[in-house]
Write a protein that binds this ligand. Structure first.
Ligand code: SF4
Length: 83
């Protein structure tokens, strides 16, 4: 099954034990704390893969902010295009 369709990893998401607002707050302090949780999460890679490949445009996913994910998408595209 495609990684996009298979979302069984969500059952192991460490963030489920925390206030969801922590992962969607705009502040740098909240970002830092959310990223700390993500670093310990057993499904970080699955989460980040999902967020990089779907139009998830806000919040901390896989330990990355929306801005960080956008930058990585651009870099990935530039690599693919040989730019
Ligand atoms: S990596 Fe972070 S946002 Fe993703 S499931 Fe784990 S704790 Fe939640």
């Amino acid at each position: 099954m495609s990684a996009l369709l298979d979302q069984d990893w969500r059952a192991q998401a460490l963030c489920a034990k925390f206030d969801p607002n922590l992962f969607f707050a705009p502040g740098a302090v909240e970002h830092k704390e959310a990223k700390r949780v993500c670093r310990e999460c057993p499904v970080r890679m699955e989460c980040l893969t999902y967020a990089m490949n779907t139009p998830v445009d806000h919040g901390i996913w896989g330990g990355m902010t929306e801005r960080e994910r956008r930058r990585h998408r651009r870099q990935r595209t530039q690599l693919l295009l040989g730019a």
